[in-house]
Design a protein around this ligand. Structure first.
Ligand code: 48F
Length: 262
C-alpha cells in the first residue's frame, strides 16, 4: 500500500491558487489568443505552440474539443476526407477507410489525442472563460479580448455587476465555430459585415473553408466553421478534415504575421 505525503487542505488550496495566478499573470499578454477550443482552435494552438509562440486557448466550457467528440446525429464517429487522414496519422489516431478517400474514426479517441497534442506542444488553456468583447487599438486593430468567468454570464443581471478583464495579444484567432463570436463582435461595432454560413454542401465547403482561412480583419484571423460564417460559405456537417487543415493553416498564417510584426 502507498503512503501519501502529509500535505493537507491548505497546501492543496495554495498549490492551486499560486499555480493558477502565476499562469494568469502570463495570460494577461500572449502572442496569440485563440478563442474556442474545438478541432480548428486546437490544431491552430498546436501549430503555434510547437513553433515556440506564446499561445493561449480561451474556452467557454469546462471541456475542450467543441463538436469533435461526436459526429453527426449524436453518433460518436467522426469522418475525414483525404488528404486530412494524414493529420490523424500524425496524431496517432486509428481510422478505417469507409469508401474511397473517406475515413472514419472514433470521436473520443480523435478528440482526446488532439487535445493532448495541443497541450504537449505547449498551448495554455483558460477554460470556463467566455469572450464577451474585443480590445481595439490604433485604427481599430484587434489587440486582445475581454473575458469573464462563464458562470457569471448565466447569473441574473441584478446579481452580476462583475466587470470583465482584458487580455492582450498580438493576434487573435476566432475558432468559435458557426457562431463566429469574435467576428460578430466586430460586426456589432460596425467594423465588418457578416453574411453567415450557407446551406450544406460538403464537397464545396471543405476546400473553401481552408482556402479562406486567414486574416479577416486587422489583428484577427479566422479558422474552422467561423470561416464559413465570416465569408458566407456553405456548411459541411459532420466531417472534420477541413477543421484540422484550417487550424493548421491558421497557425501558419499567424506565424507569418507575427514575423512581419517584429
Ligand atoms: O464548434 P467547434 O467545434 O468549432 P470548429 O473548430 O469545428 C466545427 C465542427 O465541430 C463542426 C462542423 C464541421 O466539422 O460543422 O461543427 O470550427 O468549437 C468551437 C469552440 O468555441 C467555443 C465553444 O465552446 C467550442 O468549444 N466557444 C464558442 N463561443 C465562445 C467559445 C466564446 N464566446 N468564448 C469562448 N469560447
Amino acid at each position: 500500500m502507498p503512503t501519501f505525503e502529509p500535505a493537507g487542505e491548505k497546501e492543496i488550496t495554495r498549490a492551486i491558487v499560486e499555480s493558477f495566478m502565476r499562469d494568469f499573470q502570463k495570460y494577461a499578454e500572449s502572442d496569440v489568443i485563440i478563442v474556442g477550443g474545438g478541432p480548428s482552435g486546437l490544431m491552430a494552438g498546436k501549430g503555434l505552440a510547437k513553433r515556440g509562440v506564446g499561445t493561449l486557448i480561451v474556452e467557454r466550457n469546462n471541456y475542450l474539443g467543441g463538436g469533435f467528440w461526436i459526429g453527426g446525429y449524436l453518433m460518436n464517429k467522426v469522418t475525414f476526407r483525404a488528404p486530412a487522414q494524414k493529420i490523424l496519422d500524425e496524431l496517432g489516431v486509428p481510422y478505417a477507410e469507409s469508401s474511397k478517400g473517406l475515413y472514419v474514426a472514433d470521436g473520443p479517441h480523435a478528440c482526446s489525442k488532439l487535445i493532448a497534442s495541443a497541450c504537449d506542444a505547449g498551448a495554455k488553456v483558460l477554460n470556463m472563460t467566455l469572450i464577451d468583447d474585443v480590445v481595439l487599438r490604433e485604427k481599430n486593430r484587434v489587440g486582445g479580448v475581454v473575458v469573464n468567468w462563464t458562470p457569471v454570464s448565466t447569473l441574473p443581471r441584478e446579481l452580476t455587476c462583475v466587470d470583465p478583464v482584458g487580455l492582450e495579444a498580438k493576434l487573435v484567432i476566432d475558432a468559435t465555430g458557426h457562431d463566429a463570436v469574435v467576428v460578430r463582435l466586430l460586426e456589432r461595432r460596425g467594423l465588418v459585415k457578416v453574411p453567415g454560413y450557407g446551406a450544406m454542401w460538403v464537397e464545396r465547403s471543405e476546400d473553401l473553408v481552408v482556402e479562406h482561412t486567414g486574416e479577416v480583419y486587422p489583428g484577427l484571423i479566422v479558422t474552422g466553421m467561423a470561416v464559413a460564417t465570416a465569408y458566407g460559405l456553405p456548411r459541411m456537417g459532420p466531417t472534420f478534415g477541413a477543421m484540422l487543415l484550417s487550424g493548421k493553416r491558421a497557425a501558419e498564417v499567424a506565424y507569418e504575421k507575427l514575423r512581419e510584426l517584429k
